[in-house]
Design a protein around this ligand. Structure first.
Ligand code: ARG
Length: 286
């Protein structure tokens, strides 16, 4: 078990790891959004990625870059590298062989940047910040399509945190970060249709303030948003959610990310916080 992380310094600068989309593309199909025949437009993907990078920089985040690797089209989705907790990096165990090849590159980056890299036992599947998100002190964890629930138990033991595993019932929302987005320790945005009744109950009974994404807006991956303080960066196409965010005291910033949606990803998947602070837990390095 690791030492609990002391709370808060909200002036703390967000540090985010991204990977330029030089080799991004739809080269295999491992979720319902991916279609090799449709593919994606690499020029437009590069523009959209730069738009996201610029926006986050303008919001005061410091962006670190992972060097892209030819043959690893999904390395852009740094959220799946693992789970960052203080200076621990809990490396992912990808379900699909095509993504397992990313792990050495992610591990090397984290090791070179002062993190202690921890690997879960073999036979478990765990897809990092894509499936495990802190809201306050609690780790909300999604399972079925990618991570399994046993891995979340293990993560809870290793970190000494309370984990709430929830089954993801709609294959379009195959990672938790596609349908659940903690905004601060008491507030989250979520898409109820991605969970069964039990999962919805878990969320409604543990998060005091909730914003619901309607199905048509959830399909633009509005829940896959990057939170920097009170600013929320998300794909275009979710006007109702943007309005609800404003009412809840957040400032939405929409930027087109449609080329990444074709791979089943959006703003959040393209980023991982590496400052030890989780946006929604307001924690910082031990
Ligand atoms: N094509 C990638 C995959 O299927 C997309 C990953 C999106 N990442 C996320 N954190 N939701 O694995």
């Amino acid at each position: 078990m690791v030492e609990p992380i002391p709370p808060v310094d909200s002036r703390h600068k967000a540090r985010i790891l991204m990977c330029p989309p030089d080799f991004f593309g739809i080269e295999y199909e491992i979720n319902p959004w991916m279609n090799r025949r449709v593919g994606s437009d690499s020029t437009r993907a590069a523009e959209q990625w730069r738009g996201l990078h610029r926006l986050l920089t303008d919001l005061g985040a410091e962006i670190e870059l992972l060097e892209p690797v030819r043959g690893l089209p999904d390395l852009v989705f740094t959220a799946n590298a693992g789970l960052v907790y203080g200076d621990l990096f809990l490396s992912s165990r990808f379900r699909h062989a095509v993504r397992q090849r990313e792990t050495p590159y992610f591990d090397a980056w984290f090791a070179a940047h002062g993190f202690t890299v921890v690997t879960l036992p073999e036979g478990l599947y765990f897809e990092g910040a894509g499936d495990a998100l802190f809201c306050g002190e609690t780790l909300f964890a999604g399972y079925r399509h990618r991570s399994d629930s046993r891995s979340h138990q293990k993560v809870g033991e290793l970190l000494g945190v309370h984990v709430l595993p929830m089954e993801l019932v709609d294959p379009r929302f195959y990672h938790l970060d596609t349908c659940f987005c903690p905004l601060d320790p008491e507030t989250a945005l979520y898409h109820p249709g991605a969970f069964d009744e039990y999962g919805r109950k878990v969320i409604t009974s543990h998060v005091p303030r909730l914003i619901e994404a309607p199905p048509e807006e959830a399909a633009s991956f509005c829940c896959n948003a990057v939170v920097v303080g009170r600013d929320v960066v998300l794909n275009v196409g979710a006007p109702k959610v943007e309005q609800a965010l404003r009412r809840a005291g957040f400032t939405p910033h929409a930027t087109p990310l449609g080329e990444f949606l074709k791979s089943g990803g959006s703003a959040k998947c393209l980023t991982i916080r590496v400052d030890g602070e989780d946006a929604a837990s307001w924690r910082t390095h031990p």
